[in-house]
Unconditional design. Structure first.
Length: 302
């Protein structure tokens, strides 16, 4: 067991001894536990395969610790699920620090992971709490094809300012996000048209880019398609995109023992591991529940 896993195990064991609920250890045992109000903990996810994998990892870890979990997965984007979080209909949701901070506070100036985490903690709505961020990240980035980058000598986002007739593809909400067309124009002087492609930088967006229907797409950095070598992520020296690490957002129903379980999962996941889990989904078409179960077992978390 690594020093990190040993520390995480000690934390969970300590909280399990003092917290409410009857689960004896993180590995399960005893009767099922519920949230602080006596109800099952509702775990949600975005309508995005990587986020669903994360939600399953958190849900299965909670179940292994003895909690009753109600899954509400593939809900949609923030405009859809944040009202449910605020109203208490969802108790645990995997989020991304920088993107969530910008959504809650479009004027946020934090840039580094630590600055973003601190600002996010302060920006959280009443009744919600951001737990410890994971080393794993899956942040937005702008990508072009390798051929397009070579043709126009593109290395950073700002280099796009010299390219005419650019069309950006991404989820419809990107059109008004701080890092969407308004941010491109304000931060880098880049003007783009916009085409909605509703698959979170997935196969449809990548196909549109490769086919030349769009010249630029919003792509998540843990997307396994980047390993294929024909796409280029443009550098972002002015931090249009904030540092964005995986972070669970929880309601007041989540007690301290459950917090320790969730923190343990977050702490154990690296950026490389998240990309590998996404690869299993994209290439092997394995279900999110199966992918999460295998990773939790490999880490000794269930």
């Amino acid at each position: 067991m690594t020093a990190l896993k040993a520390a995480v195990a000690a934390l969970v064991a300590a909280v399990a001894l003092t917290g409410c609920g009857s689960a004896e250890t993180f590995q399960g045992g005893g009767e099922a536990s519920v949230g602080s109000d006596g109800a099952a903990l509702v775990v949600g996810s975005q309508d995005y395969y990587s986020n669903e994998i994360l939600a399953e990892a958190y849900a299965q870890a909670l179940e292994a610790a003895g909690y009753v979990v109600d899954r509400q997965l593939r809900i949609g984007q923030r405009e859809v699920y944040l009202p449910d979080l605020r109203s208490g209909r969802i108790d645990v949701f995997p989020e991304y620090t920088g993107n969530l901070l910008q959504y809650l506070d479009p004027q946020a100036t934090a840039k580094t992971p630590d600055e973003v985490q601190q600002a996010l903690t302060q920006a959280m709505p009443n009744g919600l709490r951001a737990l410890q961020a994971s080393p794993a990240s899956d942040q937005d980035a702008y990508a072009v094809t390798k051929d397009f980058a070579e043709q126009h000598s593109l290395k950073s986002i700002g280099d796009l300012a010299s390219v005419d007739n650019l069309t950006l593809g991404g989820n419809s909400e990107l059109e008004s996000r701080p890092y969407g067309p308004p941010g491109l124009r304000e931060t880098y002087g880049v003007d783009v048209k916009f085409t909605p492609i509703e698959d979170s930088g997935g196969g449809l967006a990548v196909k549109a880019l490769r086919d030349g229907q769009v010249q630029l797409i919003d792509l998540y950095t843990a997307n396994p398609v980047l390993a294929e070598g024909d796409l280029v992520v443009l550098e972002d020296p002015k931090s249009l995109f904030l540092a964005s690490n995986v972070v669970p957002i929880v309601s007041g129903k989540v007690d301290e023992k459950a917090v320790a379980v969730l923190d343990a999962v977050s702490a154990a996941m690296s950026p490389e591991e998240l990309r590998q889990l996404n690869q299993r989904s994209a290439t092997d078409k394995a279900p999110a529940a199966t992918i999460a179960r295998g990773w939790l077992a490999s880490e000794g978390l269930v």
